[in-house]
Design a protein around this ligand. Structure first.
Ligand SMILES: *Cc1c(COP(=O)(O)O)cnc(C)c1O
Length: 303
């Protein structure tokens, strides 16, 4: 059994051009609206098999929603601790899955401390991006791509803490696709991978100032940084405005709403700012999705 679904791999008429086909891996169509369900679903199944009696998460975003969904499907209670700053809509979406939502603390750090204080020996904490179980689950995306379409000449994806990137790179390696460059996209104000590449090691950002909150990990995982030394990875940073514009265009072209976190990758797929993007005959874009933005919100961000 797996909790995620096989998503379509669509050849995009809107993005393709003569000499280049653009393939969209439609993770926005997962039951929880993002790729997170692959890794989180797999991790929760393994943790349940190892005897976990309750699942805990400190994410008020797509990771917390995926844990809530996985817990419901597995018949395990879920508690999600979120800071006071979390908006009503994500709390309602998580609550609708039957999870208990506890509001505690002014920031994620304080919410996470409260989560640790709640933890019982039979509880399992599900991390949003830094766990090999998550990467194993995310890697299934590339198994599907290999079965659904041609070998890509480059892959574009968004990076927050780097869980998606670790899973995709693991999947590429498993298929022997060591030569396929990965273009890792972040927004200004959430560019923790770009900071790590510049510093030569993962370093914390002083603050997250991007509206792409799903990319807002202050520091990328060690494994995500290590991949940049083992595989061709190109770090690219776009503005919030570019990400939002790409979301609105994507909604018009493909009739699907995604968060600016995903729009960042879409913007790069459209702008093709690197030779590896312009030269690729088959370009794979991970449409990672996200439920954190409505169409009205995207319009208001676009100003
Ligand atoms: C979590 C998330 C990301 C970033 O994923 P990481 O594994 O943290 O790098 C990007 N887009 C969406 C929609 C997400 O939910």
């Amino acid at each position: 059994m797996s909790l995620h679904v096989i998503t379509p791999l669509l050849e995009s008429d809107a993005y393709s051009r003569p000499g280049q086909r653009v393939w969209l891996k439609m993770e926005a169509l997962q039951p929880t609206g993002s790729f997170k369900l692959r890794g989180v679903g797999h991790a929760c199944e393994v943790l349940a098999a190892r005897g976990a009696r309750r699942l805990l998460s400190s994410s008020g975003g797509n990771a917390g929603l995926a844990v809530a969904y996985a817990g419901r499907r597995l018949g395990l209670p879920v508690t999600v601790v979120v800071p006071e700053t979390t908006l009503d809509r994500p709390k309602a979406l998580i609550g609708r899955q039957g999870a208990e939502v506890v509001v505690s603390g002014r920031s994620w750090t304080e919410a996470n401390e409260h989560l640790s204080s709640l933890r019982q020996p039979t509880d399992a904490v599900v991390h949003p991006f830094d766990d090999p179980l998550l990467w194993d689950g995310h890697a299934s995306m590339i198994d599907e791509v290999a079965a659904q379409g041609p070998k890509p000449d480059a892959v574009v994806l968004a990076v927050g803490g780097g869980g998606l990137m670790c899973g995709v790179l693991q999947g590429l390696a498993a298929h022997g696709w060591h030569d396929v460059p990965v273009v890792a996209v972040e927004t200004e104000g959430a560019a923790s991978l770009a900071a790590a590449v510049a510093a030569g090691r993962p370093v914390p950002l002083a603050a997250i100032t991007s509206i792409a909150t799903s990319l807002g990990a202050r520091q990328v995982s060690d494994r995500a940084y290590a991949w940049t030394r083992e595989h061709p990875v190109h770090s690219v940073v776009v503005t919030d405005a570019e990400a939002v514009r790409a979301c609105l265009d994507f909604a018009d072209d493909h009739r699907v709403i995604v968060e600016p976190a995903c729009g960042a990758a879409l913007a790069v797929a459209v702008q093709r700012p690197l030779p590896v993007l312009r030269e690729a005959e088959d370009l794979l874009v991970v449409v990672c999705g996200g439920v954190g933005a409505t169409h009205a919100q995207l319009v208001s961000w676009a100003g």
